[in-house]
Design a protein around this ligand. Sequence first.
Ligand SMILES: Cc1cc2nc3c(=O)[nH]c(=O)nc-3n(C[C@H](O)[C@H](O)[C@H](O)COP(=O)(O)O)c2cc1C
Length: 371
Amino acid sequence: MRGCPRQSREQLDRNKLSLGLFGVNCSGGLAVTTVPERWDASWENNQKLACMADDAGIDFILPLGRWKGYGGVTDHNGSNFETLTWASGILASTRKIIAFGTVHVPLFNPVVAAKQMVTADLIGQGRFGLNIVCGWNSDEFDMLGIDLAQHEDRYNQGQEWIDVVTRAWSCTEPFDYDGKFYQVHKTDIHPKPYGGGQPIIVCAGNSHRGREFAARNADMMFTNIGTDLDEVPGNISALKEMAAAYNRDIRVFSNVAVVCRPSKKEADEYFQYYAVENADRDAVENMIVGRGLNKPGVPEERLQEFRIRAAGGNGALPIVGDPDDVVAMMKRLSECGISALAMGFTNYLEHFPYFRDEVLPRLVHEGLRTE
Ligand SMILES: Cc1cc2nc3c(=O)[nH]c(=O)nc-3n(C[C@H](O)[C@H](O)[C@H](O)COP(=O)(O)O)c2cc1C
């Protein structure tokens, strides 16, 4: 990874498979479900969970960038913390864990965002990470009065945005930038990120253009795993080749929805209970429509698959089983070339402790983690 040594890079380098918690800043988290124990994203719960994960040696905590609920019975994700202020609070409450901000390019002036991120990074003494999202759901952009640009332009704007942010972080002299989307003059911000390096950068996306953008700019690409795991190693090699063309290295991390119980039967039954029988169906449909996945011609079978994945974990790959099953799947993903997993649990505070006690030691035993 580029940049000077900083605590967050060392943290991610320490484990062959890094682990994080994903989506805890939003009500419901990743699980689009009506079950009564669904995630209550209060600040107290966020802070308690972050401290618990920090003590357990979990590497990172990554928020969803979300401004509006998905409707349905629960208005899934309708209560949500803005992620840069959230990360600052989490970093002030913890010692080792990396906290990301998930930043929507079109919503933040890059110089203001650069300063906000430096503030979070200094609070966390180098533990802040940036997850860039270029925009996805038009309904939430409508709520904010911002037009969601066409796909190609989103990434063109994203490139200018990251150019301005990284220059603001690193330039010791005032600089000008004259782009199509941003023009800044005599820009000079202080202080700089912790220790003079730059925060870890992650880009989330799936498309070819999204991969190109990540290859050029990110330390890690955050991407969904499809249904065919055999395709993963080839996809990762291709991404690494794209990054190599920019003289860079890139790692891949992905999202998973974890249900870990003493037996496979119990885990399967719990998945069926929260993600199938008690899915928040309207919220799931709104998620599908919002992401444009209901295009004419998409086979019903594919949509049905997505519905279950959406309800199970906002599109994440479900990992469901006893501790050995969970470890076996994580090992397989690591062997496919995945460097980090961002995990969702239906109720993080209730379900994470069993994972911590049963799965983490097994991952150490397998040589995937050091603690
Ligand atoms: C794993 C993953 C997580 C994402 N998380 C968010 C998020 O929290 N907020 C958001 O607005 N978009 C999120 N996105 C959307 C992407 O940033 C991007 O806008 C979307 O994937 C469409 O771009 P693409 O066609 O290049 O994939 C996520 C995408 C992926 C694959």
